[in-house]
Ligand binder design. Sequence first.
Ligand code: CP
Ligand code: NVA
Length: 311
Amino acid sequence: MNLKGRSFLTLKDFTPEEILGLIDLAADLKAKKKKGITGSSLKGKNIALIFEKPSTRTRSAFTIACVDEGGHPEYLGRDDIQLGHKESVEDTARVLGRMFDGIEFRGFKQENVEKLAKYSGVPVWNGLTDTYHPTQILADFLTLQEQFGTLKGLKLVFVGDGRNNMANSLMIGCSKLGIHFTILAPKELWPDETLKQECEGYAAEAGSTIVVTDDTDAVSGADAIYTDVWCSMGEEALAAERIALLRPYQVNDELMAKTGKDTTIFLHCLPAVKGNEVTEEVFERYADVVFDEAENRMHTIKAVMVATLGD
Ligand code: CP
Ligand code: NVA
């Protein structure tokens, strides 16, 4: 796997082998870190961390991963820089590209992370946009691999807002790696048809299926039930409407029992709004695996930076 100089904007741009290669590299870096071994592959590299939206895990993961590998991270929050307000994204990109060796971007528009990559000339990593959250998927898959020893052939059901950044990115990642993928959501929140068709193409190649349904019986046989907040960052005004639509899709004991398996795990990208998308009981029962998943953000983000920018 040679990803040197590449950006990480969406999993669409990566082959199944490249995605698996990043997960393997992350597992290796994680094992080393547990033994107290860190690297120096980002020595002398300066990394910009642009955050238009708040973050606990992604910011911490990029910062720690960068420092572990000997690099220097610089946090640029929404009120710190001019991006897209007083200065065009293209101009900010050209300035940062002259000074930094790599750029992380968390924000609203996918178009902006793509412009940053195009105009900066350095690797750019998507730390979440309204449309995609690709680094999260690597952490989710590393966690699934740790739990089940394999990925291909598993069944993952995403329950909730079926057209948000997590649903979109899980659909791409699962279909590329041959994980059977179901979105369980009310019709109003089903994913974009064009994206679904694109993913059906990946799934056909990988030998897996994609199902989009509003029938809760679809969780039958699931190896993992995944949920996310009902209102993503930037959509707070829609809270009442979303709660009304999604209340029947809460991940609770009853829904977990419908899988018919006692080996099913629960995953959540976090932050979680307990009492909405998941009950306190279900969340706490699977807390160990959910916080492994959160920790894995750091190891997988480190793998992305090492693979695309490291020596
Ligand atoms: N899962 C995730 O991206 O968390 P943060 O919003 O805290 O970065
Ligand atoms: N869909 C959520 C993901 C948070 C990690 C959001 O965009 O707020």
